[in-house]
Design a protein. Structure first.
Length: 1092
């Protein structure tokens, strides 16, 4: 099958009776042979009817767009010009292609010796004077356009009765050819040849993409360029109305060029008259063009057509397809297209969203201009947020209703009837629920002390049965009426459950409120008024004593003073005038009355804020460093002192920074690794001060139950951004407990180099929130942070004693003598001993928390009347029974918080994992047995009686262990942490069944105690092997005044007692924890024997 077509071949071709393979071959030849093409054109004009055509509504293949003989109905005015024919200044060289609106030839412009593309108007329009005039008018308008993505029109004219345009010659392919090639490549076929024996060599940026991402970015770039071209044309008053792939040429240079401006307008009227159809392929026409809306289609029709082209490039499928032209038109008008990502999941979401917006059926839902489309495409390419939004459920519903109006009306009627029936059923159901189920749920929640949850259900029930007497009886059991006022009035009040992980604010009302019900328990409050600083605070609404008749309770009064936004700095909390209280910090009890109001930072100072101090020369300006630098009793010059305040790379800054900057993504983390001097200098830089311990305690604490703050604070091992945790004081102060320690201004009396450091930090025990520590003012530990205060009226208005050094009490053991053996024996016989009674032990539950053990919750009768002891017994999954036993005594946090997962400290876990049974008695006043008041002055009989009961709890626990066969009661160890290490001698000396003891981070308390519960009197009676582990810089139990005296008083033989010191404050630093736990386990192995 080589050479030109014979006359017989041409006849067969026109009849369409040859095989498909033969027809394909002839079509390819006709594209490359102008002589045969002209002859076939003339024969077809003589035939007067067209051979059978393929489906006209399928998107024509690229070769069919360029084949003027494929369908005479599609090309009724196709003509042929012989090569070398002279048309004015242009010499025809070869035919490039043909469409419904004309034939395009490659020609040489003789006068300028340049190649151009010459497009001629179909001969059928040449006799139409109006058409010719309109053609010239539109051609001149198109010639005004000058844009890199619009084909340039050089000239236009009429020669030998032929109207023509001369345009720039572009080396490339039409976009529909490119799409065809991409379809073939995706299907596994080779790209289509340009002609017989010729392989495509034209470069193509879309075919050469190496990844889906590169391809989609290239598509977005090309369409954005064409959108810019359309926007330019629209500004010049020209609407294309025939944007489609065959009118776009992809140049080998990677430029996408738009063709045929204005010609569609010339042809439209005549085409409608002759064919009764549309100009071009209808699949690219907007719905308003198809409907022939009264007002002429505007620039958004071009946006739609370009969107259809974008859709085809993304999916390599037509937007709509059908067996006939009518089917395609019907789909354009009413059907919703398949979203691009349903076809190819590699298509970027933003690109799909942009595409779908351009092909919306309603013009007002598309981009207003092509420029808006181009801008959104470039936002996508640059990684910015696009303006287009995916259609929501409401949008999809509106579209469905518009397409199915009758069905929508019927559905609406059905829904109204159904809704009416459901409303009746719902009212019946809701009333029944409120009267039956809600009452039972409320009662259960009240029993569980879940008052806020009960309050929520009661409020919901009140909507259905507001006057029900059963509900009225329950309100006093779960809530109390409050009178709420604000200065000024008119503020909105909200509350929510303080401890709930996720809860929303419940609106209470606008002040003043006379009888607003507030649920019992700890609630978070929020008070808001426009123009004033919002107040967020935590307040407890405690259940009254049982003897109080709840119905007779008078409303509690709560008031808030709001401050104007313009008066105070942002993120500072206003604290009203108050009495100040040291709250037993450092074993001292000191009060200051009538202190004035002040402001305190709501959050700890952040890295971002401290960076301002560094960048503005804070370390170079001596004016900010107003305090003397004391070191070993000597004053250090400022220039020498600041040299010690360097970051990890030797530049000025906190110890945790590098190269003068904080770690990336930690801008809102608290600044840490700063000395007291640096914190004070920053405060001066901000015209603020470091708080005294009195002001810090007042602002930080909630009430007498610190667990309401510590259980929601960050005592994990990782510092978090400020405000991340929910721990909050009664005035709205955040993060005071945990995260980082906070420097205060006060020094320690007699030790001016030591400064108070409060709140505790990550990696430390939560009870440090109320105990506090003291550190060298030079200390730059990574857990050291701070916040600032601003004293309203100035520091001179604050009582001077608030700034005075703090006394840290300690006992002088130089002249101390323990009580005699006779007196000590009387303590044991008259107070600590008890009659053996039945335990009535019950194993209430068994689970597997934590891992590697079986945990049993056990209760049994206490040695004192009317109480039962709770104990958790942890049996290891490794080893064999009978197990060695460790009796655990927790730190002071057990007196403040309920039992939860945080109770499993690393010490407790390491002993469980060592293969030993570990029992945790809930001593009187700890965990679920917490007391409303248990901090009696230590020298009182009440305090002594509590420790007697706690000792009996431990001994009753061992009594219970003796009833079991799976534990070895001849191998029992006592291990106490902090408070448990302090009171260890009292616990051990009263029970001879304990074989060894370990005191962790304990010591002799600096306060005076009742002799009957003073560890100093019990320590000499401890003669079993004892291990003490402490830290060198513990300010709770200092080495000289608390640790060494206790170790010296222990009666254990010197060979069987050991004191190990680690670096750090009142906690073991993370880097030493493995060694710390190893020392504990090795001591147990040594004196209880290896685990079997």
């Amino acid at each position: 099958m080589t050479g030109c077509l014979s006359h017989q071949d041409m006849a067969v071709f026109l009849e369409g009776s040859a095989s498909p393979e033969q027809l394909t071959f002839w079509r390819r030849h006709l594209r490359s042979c102008d002589s045969c093409a002209v002859m076939v054109a003339r024969l077809r004009a003589g035939v007067g009817s067209s051979p059978p055509s393929e489906d006209a509504n399928r998107r024509p293949r690229a070769e069919e767009h360029q084949d003027p003989y494929h369908d005479s109905r599609s090309h009724p005015f196709a003509i042929g010009l012989e090569p070398n024919l002279q048309l004015g200044d242009f010499r025809i060289e070869r035919r490039l292609g043909c469409g419904a609106m004309g034939v395009v030839y490659q020609a040489l412009q003789v006068s300028l010796n340049r190649r151009v593309a010459l497009k001629v108007l179909p001969a059928g329009l040449i006799g139409n004077t109006a058409a010719i005039e309109r053609f010239h008018r539109e051609a001149r308008a198109a010639a005004k356009l000058r844009h890199p993505n619009i084909v340039t029109i050089h000239s236009e004219g009429i020669e030998q009765g032929v109207c023509y345009f001369a345009m720039e010659m572009i080396d490339g392919q039409s976009l529909d050819e490119v799409i065809d090639d991409l379809q073939r490549i995706k299907a596994g076929d080779a790209p289509r040849d340009e002609g017989l024996g010729q392989t495509r060599t034209t470069p193509c940026v879309l075919r050469d993409c190496r990844s889906p991402r590169e391809y989609f970015d290239t598509v977005a770039r090309l369409i954005a360029e064409v959108a810019d071209a359309l926007a330019y044309a629209h500004r010049e008053g020209i609407i294309h109305r025939d944007v489609k792939p065959s009118n776009l040429i992809l140049a080998s240079s990677g430029r996408l060029v738009l063709l045929d401006f204005g010609i569609a307008r010339v042809c439209e009227e005549q085409a409608m008259t002759v064919t009764g159809s549309f100009v071009g392929t209808p699949r690219y026409m907007s719905p308003e063009q198809i409907r022939s809306d009264a007002r002429a289609p505007d620039q958004r029709s071009d946006v739609y057509a370009l969107g259809v082209t974008l859709y085809e490039l993304l999916t390599l499928r037509p937007l709509f397809d059908g067996q006939s032209r009518e089917q395609v038109i019907a789909q354009i008008l009413s059907a919703e297209p398949v979203r691009p990502r349903q076809i190819d999941r590699h298509i970027p979401v933003d690109l799909e969203t942009i595409c779908c917006k351009t092909i919306e059926k309603e013009p007002q839902r598309r981009y207003d201009t092509a420029a808006d489309l181009a801008a959104d495409l470039r936002r996508h390419l640059n990684g910015h947020v696009i303006r287009a939004k995916p259609p929501g459920k409401t949008d999809r519903l509106v579209k469905l209703v518009r397409r199915r109006k009758i069905a929508a009306v019927m559905a609406l009627c059905f829904l109204i009837a159904t809704a009416f029936a459901m409303a009746i059923a719902w009212k019946h159901y809701s009333t029944r629920w409120a009267q039956q189920d809600a009452m039972a749920q409320i009662d259960l929640l009240i029993q569980e002390d879940a008052y806020f949850s009960a309050f929520v259900i009661a409020e919901k029930a009140a909507r259905y049965i507001p006057d029900d007497p059963l509900l009225a009886n329950r309100w006093p059991l779960l809530s109390r009426e409050h009178s709420i006022s604000t200065q000024p009035a008119g503020a909105k009040v909200y509350i929510r459950d303080h401890f709930a992980d996720r809860d929303y604010w419940r609106y209470i009302g606008t002040t003043p409120l006379k009888r607003a019900r507030i649920p019992f328990g700890t609630n978070r409050w929020k008070v808001e008024k426009s123009g004033f600083v919002s107040i967020e605070t935590v307040q407890s609404n405690d259940l009254p004593a049982l003897r109080t008749e709840l119905d007779d309770l008078e409303p509690a009064h709560v008031s808030f003073i709001l401050q104007e936004v313009r008066r105070y700095p942002a993120n500072m909390v206003w604290i009203p005038p108050s009495d100040l209280d040291q709250r037993l910090l450092f074993h001292e009890d000191k009060k200051i009355t009538s202190a004035p109001a002040f402001l305190i930072d709501k959050y700890e100072v952040t890295n971002r804020q401290f960076r301002e101090f560094v960048d503005r020369g804070g370390y170079e300006n001596p004016e900010f460093w107003e305090h003397e630098f004391l070191q070993d009793g000597q004053n250090i010059p400022w220039s020498q002192a600041v040299e010690q305040f360097r970051d990890q790379t030797g530049r000025p800054g906190p110890a945790t920074w590098r190269n003068g900057a904080y770690p990336s993504r930690e801008a809102d983390f608290p600044v840490r690794g700063v000395s007291w001097y640096e914190a004070a200098a920053y405060a001066r830089f901000r015209d603020k001060d470091l708080p005294t311990i009195f002001h810090w305690i007042l602002a930080a604490h909630a009430d007498d139950n610190p667990s309401r703050i510590t259980r929601l604070s960050n005592f994990s091992d990782i510092v978090t951004p400020v405000g991340r945790h929910k721990g909050m004081g009664r005035f709205g102060l955040c993060d005071a407990a945990g995260n980082v320690r906070e420097w205060c201004s006060n020094a320690i009396a007699g030790h001016e180099e030591l400064r108070c450091n409060l709140g505790g930090a990550v990696g430390e025990y939560d009870y440090l929130f109320v105990n506090g520590t003291a550190r060298s003012a030079w200390d730059r530990d990574e857990a050291n942070g701070f916040r600032c205060v601003k004293y309203l009226g100035g520091k001179e208005d604050v009582p001077a004693e608030a700034f005075a050094p703090v006394d840290r009490k300690c006992r002088d053991f130089c002249q101390f003598a323990p009580v005699s053996d006779e007196v000590f024996r009387s303590y044991i016989e008259t107070s600590y001993d008890y009659d053996p009674t039945e335990l009535h032990a019950v194993i209430e539950s068994v689970d597997e928390e934590p891992r590697d053990c079986s945990r049993q919750r056990i209760t049994f009768d206490a040695a004192y009347p009317n109480e039962r002891v709770i104990a958790y017994l942890h049996l290891p999954q490794t080893g064999k029974p009978p197990y060695q036993v460790v009796v655990w005594h927790p730190g002071e946090g057990a007196r403040m918080t309920p039992w939860d997962q945080t109770a499993y400290t690393h010490e407790l876990v390491c002993m469980i994992q060592s293969g030993r049974a570990v029992v945790v008695p809930f001593y009187k006043g700890t965990y679920e047995r917490r007391l409303e008041k248990d901090l009696y002055p230590p020298e009182t009989i009440q305090s002594r009686n509590l420790y007697v009961q706690r000792s009996q709890d431990l001994r009753r626990t061992i009594d219970y262990l003796e009833t079991r066969d799976d534990v070895d009661v001849n191998r029992i160890a006592y291990v106490g942490l902090g408070w448990g290490g302090q009171m260890g001698p009292v616990m051990i000396a009263t029970d001879a069944r304990i074989k060894t003891g370990i005191l962790l981070l304990g010591g002799i308390c600096g306060c005076k105690r009742h002799p009957g519960s003073d560890p100093a009197n019990f320590a000499p009676r401890v003669t079993i092997p004892m291990l003490m582990i402490n830290t060198r810089d513990d300010s709770i139990f200092p080495y000289e005044t608390a640790q060494r005296p206790l170790f010296s008083l222990l009666g254990s033989p010197a060979a069987d007692k050991r004191h190990i010191l680690f670096p750090g404050g009142h906690s073991i630093p993370r880097e030493y924890r493995k060694q710390y736990c190893r020392e504990i386990v090795e001591w147990l192995d040594r004196y209880l024997g290896p685990v079997q």
